[in-house]
Design a protein around this ligand. Sequence first.
Ligand code: DX5
Ligand code: ZN
Length: 218
Amino acid sequence: MIQLAPSMLSADFSNLERDIRLIDEAGAHMIHLDVMDGSFVPNISYGAPVIKCLRDKTNKIFDVHLMVNEPIRYIDDFYNAGANIISVHAEACTHLNRTIQKIKSLGIKAAVALNPATSLSVLDYVLEELDMVLIMSVNPGFGGQSFIPSALQKIRDLRCVIESKGLDIDIQVDGGITVKNVKEVIEAGANVIVAGSAVFSGDAQTKVSDFLTVFKEF
Ligand code: DX5
Ligand code: ZN
């Protein structure tokens, strides 16, 4: 099943509760929460205290995308804030295996995110430990950027590796996804779709339904 994870980065920060309820009611599967530290990426968003405040507004999965250096320092905080999935960037972890083990030790799902220029080979010795891989299709830091087409081949290659090893790992894709290009992202092998500006640029509930209509074809 293809799942939609709207990114709250493009929501109205003065109305996060309202926006979460809107996408929840419209049938979004997960809530994608982008955490930026102004160091790993050139932007600052929000952190664990904000996520904790939102936790009781929905029962949907909290999918926390940590764009921070050495995220191992904050895994407990995001777990306590209610994260169900935590994604860490391979580029931001000195000890990637240790960071993944830390997330798994809390009984939640672990994912590794890769920047557009990062090779899939960084996953060679950790793939079996993961619940999800996050392929970035923009350089992380901002919503509203254009999809980088080379991500499509990367998704195909990763799907091939996962299938050849008989693994059960989700492929999430994040950045520049719209109702128009989502089909080729799914055809390439992605099954969890993040969309920020494409959901919150208009009527969020209509936009969520538009995505879900495309998903029905698969
Ligand atoms: C980018 C974030 C994304 C972002 C996606 O650094 O990780 O989740 O919100 O926004 P759009 O869909 O507008 O590219
Ligand atoms: Zn994200």
